[in-house]
Design a protein around this ligand. Structure first.
Ligand code: SF4
Length: 364
């Protein structure tokens, strides 16, 4: 995987005394450093623009996060929700997947930012977890960024893993398409941290997941994390349909279970490619060579375009069969799918988000 090399780091004054600032300047000693009193206007594009989105990935802002760090995952209207909380410790991503929804979601403000006030984040998490000790939380950090791609430079996991390792009622999920796990290998997660990978066959990675780790690199990283005491997760999402997709996905599933112990996997998820009309427009502008915008998709009640329902069900059932061959009782859920699809794939659908959340809670 090609490592991130920003052309410039822009630091909001007030962040100089934070661990993130020290880590950044140590990891990228030759990168141009500029200080500003507040994020400049160039950090907030006024209209969507391909060039601005491309340029945004090459400049890293270190800033203070002003609002709340933790929020409930927004899910998708009419779909079964998995009751998940997210921490936004950064915004945008140094990698560049063709299907990335940030191209639409962050079109107005695509600046690549890392938030230095991690102490505020931990205070907020402590309040939430401490107030609801009888409730089990799953918290992720990969909603509007990749959880680990910036970690070798900002050292975020060094600040948060020791905190979450001590909490009795949470699993922290670090979701990535990178192999940036060096920091994690020096920490003790005490069973409270799941490192998870979004998985696709190498042909899809080559064509659509630009700048990410190869399938082999993701598998090797997963194995190292398993050996270091982390729980593992894998997300077959977005699954892409193309001629001979079955061969590639089946082979990927086999390689996964040859590399890691399925009993150390906390959860797997499956979800097919999703688009919105706005995202399709953004992709067509930025990455017209992709094959992801040409296939037939239908609009769902949540405003998202997906493959035809019978095709989705067929894809999930096949994946489930290949997974169950090696991992008969591993926990699997569908991401942003309707109850009808759940029933057709698993023979049941969770009655509510709490039920699904409880199913995903580990036996500790
Ligand atoms: S790794 Fe995730 S956040 Fe980064 S570009 Fe790909 S889809 Fe977007």
């Amino acid at each position: 995987m090609q490592r991130f090399e920003p052309q410039e780091i822009v630091v909001e004054r007030g962040c100089e005394a934070t661990p993130m600032f020290s880590n950044l300047t140590r990891a990228l000693p030759h990168t141009l450093l500029r200080f500003v009193d507040a994020l400049p206007a160039e950090g907030a594009a006024t209209e969507p623009s391909t060039a601005k989105f491309d340029a945004a990935k090459k400049r890293l802002y270190l800033a203070k996060h002003k609002g709340e760090f933790l929020k409930k995952c927004p899910g998708s209207d009419g779909q079964v929700c998995c009751n998940y909380f997210v921490i936004n410790f950064a915004s945008n991503c140094p990698m560049d997947c063709s299907y990335c929804y940030l191209q639409e979601y962050l079109a107005q403000n695509p600046a690549l930012k890392a938030y230095a006030n991690v102490d505020d984040l931990l205070t907020e998490a402590e309040q939430l977890l401490g107030k609801h000790r009888r409730y089990f939380f799953r918290i992720g950090t990969g909603e509007i960024t990749d959880s680990l791609a910036l970690d070798p430079y900002i050292g975020f996991t060094r600040e948060v893993v020791p905190f979450f390792a001590e909490q009795p009622n949470v699993l922290l999920e670090l979701k990535t398409k990178s192999n940036c796990i060096e920091e994690l290998l020096h920490l003790d997660p005490k069973g409270r941290v799941v490192v998870s990978w979004s998985m696709n066959p190498q042909s899809v990675i080559d064509a659509e997941e630009h700048g990410t780790a190869s399938l082999q690199e993701r598998l090797q990283a997963a194995r190292l994390c398993q050996d270091a005491g982390y729980r593992l997760g894998f997300h077959f999402d977005p699954m892409v349909e193309y001629p001979n997709w079955e061969h590639d996905y089946e082979e990927m599933v086999e390689r996964l279970f040859e590399t890691v112990d399925w009993k150390r996997i906390s959860w797997l998820s499956m979800g097919v490619l999703r688009n919105t009309p706005g995202l399709k427009r953004a992709i067509r502008e930025r990455l017209p060579q992709t094959r992801l915008i040409t296939g037939e998709q239908v609009l769902g009640p949540d405003g998202k375009l997906r493959y035809f329902q019978p095709l989705r069900i067929e894809m999930y059932r096949k994946m489930l069969r290949w997974i169950r061959r090696s991992a008969p009782t591993v926990k699997i859920y569908l991401c942003m799918e309707s109850k009808q699809v759940w029933e057709q794939v698993f023979g049941y659908a969770p009655s509510c988000e709490k039920e699904l959340g409880a199913q995903m809670a580990p036996r500790i």
